[in-house]
Design a protein around this ligand. Structure first.
Ligand SMILES: [Zn+2]
Length: 142
């Protein structure tokens, strides 16, 4: 999976989702174009970028799947949704301060090397996967 994206500020929910799916996704800096990135925007005045004109998140995600196969090639639970960097494995010390029920119920923890956030496949993760399964019942094998 080598797709990289760049989105404008209006697409912050799309940014969060693309990172959740494992894609390197930055906020656009149009003055410094990176030709290895796919530029997404909701602004109809911009040329030369992929226009996501639909209003709802569901429609936007479906458009991105149709165009770029983002679900098929997704690697969820691999990237920090805040920092956009790849997650590492969390150590015992890293998870020391997590609530006891989290430590009891989950056995896979990852840590962002940048911000230190700990990730596990809790209810937030489940909700996002559920949302995707509703959109793509046939496709998703996450
Ligand atoms: Zn982070």
């Amino acid at each position: 999976m080598s797709l990289k994206f760049s989105c404008d500020m209006m697409l912050h929910d799309v940014v969060r989702w693309l990172r959740f799916l494992g894609y390197d996704t930055e906020y656009s800096r149009y003055k410094r174009r990176d030709k290895n990135r796919i530029y997404l925007t909701s602004n109809e005045k911009l040329n030369d970028v992929f226009l996501l004109k639909h209003e709802t998140l569901s429609e936007r995600i479906m458009t991105l799947e149709k165009e770029f196969r983002i679900i098929e090639n997704a690697k969820p639970f691999t990237r920090c949704s805040v920092c956009n960097v790849l997650l590492g494995i969390a150590t015992e010390t890293d998870i020391d301060n997590l609530p006891p029920f989290v430590k009891r119920n989950f056995d896979s923890f990852k840590k962002c090397p940048e911000c230190g956030r700990i990730y596990w496949k809790g209810s937030h993760y489940e909700k996002m996967i559920e949302f995707l399964k509703n959109l793509f019942p046939d496709l998703l094998n996450l």
